[in-house]
Ligand binder design. Structure first.
Ligand code: NI
Length: 170
């Protein structure tokens, strides 16, 4: 087990689609353990492999932050199969620490992928879980929540990040 440093907005691995997982090796299994530990330690309710610099389509979520073991979801090669309704709430991201924005998301999502034993599974989420699923699916596609914002709301976050970067605080 190891905690991995979390990449921040601006690092190339966060801004391109990740590659599919071809085989579930012991290395992938260890990577998933590290992702779960890193998510809980952050603390966060979701983490995608590109966020720790790994160019693979894997995410983990736990909207209970470790309180309810049933809430831990591991998705390998995830696909969004259902997106219903709409919600609009403040959202953040471990790769954009200190920033939040209102991001519209589906109220209900169903995600299909492989679990960590390689078996296909489908998980349905509503509310915060639905939001977390779409947020993490975005990460494996190389999108961050700011990429779903428009105009000034998007520009102001990007401008502030660039400023932090120039001053070496990012
Ligand atoms: Ni995120």
């Amino acid at each position: 087990m190891a905690l991995r440093p979390i990449k921040r907005y601006g690092e190339a691995v966060l801004h391109r689609p990740a590659a599919p997982v071809e085989a579930l090796t012991p290395e992938i299994d260890a990577l998933i353990d590290d992702m779960i530990d890193t998510m809980y330690a952050a603390p966060g309710i979701g983490l995608a492999a590109p966020q720790i610099g790994i160019d693979l389509r894997i995410f983990v979520t736990d909207v209970s932050s470790g309180r309810n073991p049933d809430d831990l979801v591991v998705m390998i090669n995830p696909e969004l199969v259902v997106a219903d309704g709409m919600q609009n709430h403040e959202e953040g991201c471990l790769s954009l620490p200190g920033f939040e924005a209102l991001v519209p998301r589906p109220e209900r999502t169903v995600v299909r992928g492989l679990d960590r034993t390689g078996r296909p599974h489908e998980v349905e989420g509503t509310g915060l879980t639905a939001r977390a699923f779409e947020h993490e699916l975005d990460h494996v596609e190389g999108r961050l929540f700011v990429d779903r914002l428009r105009g000034l709301r998007r520009e102001s976050i990007i401008r502030r990040v660039k400023k932090l970067r120039r001053s070496g605080k990012w």
